[in-house]
Write a protein that binds this ligand. Structure first.
Ligand code: ATP
Ligand code: MG
Length: 187
């Protein structure tokens, strides 16, 4: 089986993430895409919503897609998670799966700074989605380009809009919007 791994802080998850995963699923013929919200992310200050809230929003966002699933592996793990550790664990749990790591162009550009990037490349193929404003860098590790829906959406912008009391409707799925409102997140 071929599966994609779509990791992110998902603080909150938005349609940019969902379109990136859907384009990768379709163009690479993936049987499944596993969404993996981070625990404490290694490359940025802590998320603004708890791991539990980010996990729940991710579940709500993908629930209507038969081939999208969510893993709580990194949220449940103590401390920070590195992609290499996650992939090692996924390989142990599901030795039959060939993994493709789905990355936006900004995440791909940072890959050289990751822990054991060489081992990551042994454990997974790479698919890169061009993100508006971040062209695909040249000379990086081998990767398949996946078309982008060119959605100029970021979680940073969504948090900023919410902090100012503005609507983020149609940037995130309605169920995510409801969860944010119910829990009073990002105010
Ligand atoms: P933040 O602004 O908090 O960094 P973000 O919108 O960048 O949030 P992340 O959780 O950091 O979202 O990103 C997870 C993955 O999704 C990364 O590989 C990132 O490049 C990719 N991604 C995020 N937004 C988009 C988008 N609009 N189009 C394509 N890929 C995206
Ligand atoms: Mg980001």
């Amino acid at each position: 089986m071929n599966a994609g791994l779509m990791g992110g802080t998902f603080d909150p998850i938005h349609y940019g993430h969902l379109r990136a995963a859907e384009n990768a699923r379709q163009e690479l013929g993936l049987d499944q895409v596993v969404f993996m919200p981070t625990g404490e992310p290694p490359h940025r200050p802590g998320a603004r919503a708890s791991g539990g809230d980010r996990l729940r929003m991710t579940e709500l966002a993908v629930s209507s897609h038969a081939d999208f699933v969510v893993s709580d592996l990194e949220v449940q793990r103590e401390g920070r998670s590195y992609t290499v550790e996650t992939l090692e664990e996924l390989h142990e749990q599901r030795p039959d799966v060939r993994w493709t790591l789905i990355l936006g162009s900004d995440a791909y550009a940072e890959m050289a700074t990751w822990r054991q990037p060489g081992r990551v490349l042994e454990l997974a193929s790479l698919a890169v989605v061009a993100r508006p404003g971040t062209p695909l860098p040249q000379g990086g590790p081998p990767a398949v380009a996946v078309s982008s829906s060119e959605l100029l959406i970021s979680s940073t912008r969504i948090r900023a809009e919410l902090k100012e009391g503005r609507s983020v409707r149609y940037l995130v799925p309605d169920a995510v919007l409801d969860h944010i409102a119910q829990r009073g997140l990002y105010r």
